[in-house]
Design a protein around this ligand. Structure first.
Ligand code: FE2
Length: 284
């Protein structure tokens, strides 16, 4: 008799509140039998990694597609469908390299979109000799640990996300032209607390948070800064030390991420494929 039950993928927790390592090779990860299991674990743990996978671009694209709706974006060269090269090298990524300084600060991707991306899959192609770790913070856990009275208050608030809030901290000596360009991008207002379709709630926190609607600017900044300090405490954070061959997936809807400093002239380059979002940021 042929069993239809697949053995669960072996996985170990990286930190109690965030991150799991899948003990699986490339062939196993590409097996459609594990797709739902990987998605479920991703949303539960925020970040999944696997070591020694060594995906090429086609395998990474196929794996990403197996988990959802591949985001194509505006850069579509033949053979590059959906691929974004995360690097400061303008030859490799002329369209986005100038925006990457913002990645040194805690953020969610696509907070300017009505429906932020669901998840992103990263693999390293060139690594820095020092620094360049990527960190992830669990916005579900940070919300869960707040006192019930504060949770109820935060659920009433709306936050405006802007490009200038996102990038100015990384380039405080910007020119007036640069600042005007950032200001020309559309803003987006989201609830501060996201009630997901699953019923779970998370903070929608990011350096792109400009201000809280209807609140005095000083009070708004103080609250956003205090929440950011709370949400990035060590118990909510996983720091990934990259090795060639790694595969990393993060749930963008329930985590923030940032890269740690490194020599940006070293050619560090990660290949990334992203999944379109599946639900808008719903208030409680
Ligand atoms: Fe990002």
């Amino acid at each position: 008799m042929i069993s239809t039950l697949e053995a669960a993928l072996p996985a170990v927790d990286l930190k109690p509140r965030i991150g799991s390592e899948l003990k699986a090779d490339a062939k196993t990860l590409l097996d459609a039998a594990h797709t739902q299991e990987i998605r479920d674990l991703l949303v539960r743990r925020g970040v999944l990694i696997a070591r020694g996978v060594g995906f090429d671009d086609d395998q990474q694209r196929a794996f990403t597609r197996s988990l959802g709706d591949l985001r194509l974006g505006s850069v579509k060269k033949e053979g590059d469908e959906g691929l974004m090269k995360v690097t400061f090298d303008k030859k490799e990524n002329p369209e986005y390299a100038e925006f990457f300084p913002g990645t040194f600060f805690w953020h969610m991707d696509g907070t300017y979109d009505a429906v932020p991306p669901f998840a992103t899959v990263l693999t390293p192609r060139v690594l820095s000799l020092t620094g360049g770790q990527t960190e992830f913070a669990n916005n579900y856990a940070a919300y869960d640990d707040l006192p019930p009275g504060e949770q109820a208050y935060l659920e009433t608030l709306q936050v405006v996300h802007t490009m200038q809030a996102s990038i100015y901290p990384a380039i405080p000596d910007c020119t007036a032209e640069q600042f005007a360009l950032w200001c020309s991008y559309p803003n987006r207002t989201h609830p501060l607390v996201w009630r997901h379709r699953s019923g779970r709630k998370s903070l929608v926190l990011s350096t792109s948070c400009s201000h809280i609607v209807g609140m005095h600017p000083a009070e708004s900044r103080a609250l956003l800064d205090r929440l950011m300090t709370h949400a990035t405490q060590p118990q909510y954070v996983y720091r990934h030390e990259w090795k060639m061959g790694d595969l990393l997936i993060w749930d963008n809807t329930g985590t923030m991420h940032r890269v740690r400093p490194y020599d940006v002239s070293c050619g560090r380059r990660l290949h990334r494929f992203t999944l379109n979002g599946e639900e808008s940021v719903a208030a409680v």
